[in-house]
Design a protein around this ligand. Structure first.
Ligand code: ZN
Length: 311
């Protein structure tokens, strides 16, 4: 499936970054981690394509909220929560931040909520409003889910802040080639298509969190591209490329928390786009063959990446 294209690209970038990491140094940071599943208990209408108003048909992959709390050597703390969601509207996000702020004695500026912008996630809202074609029961279920989601995000942030322990931070950057500028210039004007000459940021920045002994604990990575590998024909809940990349990394490194943040990718779509049907192994094989032909970095091999200790 197309999603795997990114999984492999990102995983390779991460693994290469890990292999080329600079020497260990004394821990100057504390980090705390926590994860909570946010897959709805009942199927809900999905967000991201207005034409879809019926609930999803299948959970292709569970979705999560993941928290990373950090404290520097001066005792300054901050918490980041990433989510496999299209976005968190202000009306939903601000009450969450207020509760975290009170619970953890943080300023608002020390709290960052983030979404992967997957278009294969549930709709979120607090007002019971049925879009045209949406069943009233589904509108009610969306509100119930959203309230529960708020509780879960507050709790996962609090858990991460309660688990701060000495850690080492380092960062690096890889590359994944599938982001494509989607502003296509035509005689009839600009349309949502694809523009190979247009700008796209294809870097994959990575923040790595290790124990003081050098054991990998978490990896936060970013890519500047809508999570729209799957189109409006998709009725399977999942995190799109970012969700599969996180799952792949966690499978490769059991016990590690993989987290994704969307970059400045408003003009970029994955290319190509498609369905969940393509065999993942097929893409793995294609990518490996391509990389070997080009003499680029491979697993455990040379590096396109540079890493730095975080300060
Ligand atoms: Zn989008």
């Amino acid at each position: 499936m197309n999603i795997s294209q990114f999984i492999v690209s990102t995983a390779l970038a991460l693994i290469v970054a890990f292999h080329s990491q600079t020497n260990a140094a004394e821990a100057e940071w504390k980090a705390g981690l926590a994860t909570v599943k946010i897959t709805p208990e009942k199927p809900l209408p999905m967000s991201g394509y207005a034409s879809r108003v019926k609930p999803y048909e299948k959970v292709e992959q569970d979705i999560y909220a993941k928290a990373l709390a950090l404290e520097d050597n001066r005792g300054q703390r901050a918490v980041l929560v990433t989510t496999d969601l299209l976005g968190l509207p202000r009306a939903v996000a601000e009450p969450i931040c207020e509760r975290i702020r009170e619970k953890a004695k943080l300023d608002r500026s020390q709290i960052l909520l983030s979404s992967s912008h997957t278009h294969s996630a549930p709709t979120i809202r607090l007002e019971e409003r049925a879009d045209p074609g949406m069943a009233p029961e589904d509108a009610r279920n969306i509100v119930t889910y959203t309230r529960g989601l708020q509780d879960k995000i507050v709790e996962v942030a609090a858990q991460a802040l309660a688990r701060l322990e000495p850690s080492k931070l380092s960062w690096g950057s890889g590359i994944a080639h599938f982001a494509m500028n989607r502003r296509e210039f035509t005689p009839r004007g600009v349309i949502l298509g694809f523009n190979p000459r247009g700008l796209a940021d294809r870097s994959v920045p990575v923040l790595r969190i290790d124990s003081p002994e050098g054991k990998l604990r978490a990896a936060l990575f970013e890519y500047a591209c809508h999570n729209t590998t799957l189109t409006q024909t998709n009725f399977h809940l999942c995190g799109d490329y970012a969700g599969f990349a996180q799952a792949h990394l966690q499978a490769q490194h059991p016990g590690v928390q993989a987290m994704f943040m969307i970059g400045c990718g408003g003009d970029a779509n994955p290319h190509p786009r498609g369905t969940c049907r393509r065999n993942a192994a097929d893409w793995v094989g294609r990518l490996r063959r391509t990389r070997h032909r080009r003499g680029r970095a491979s697993i455990g091999g040379g590096s396109e990446c540079q890493t730095r200790r975080a300060r």
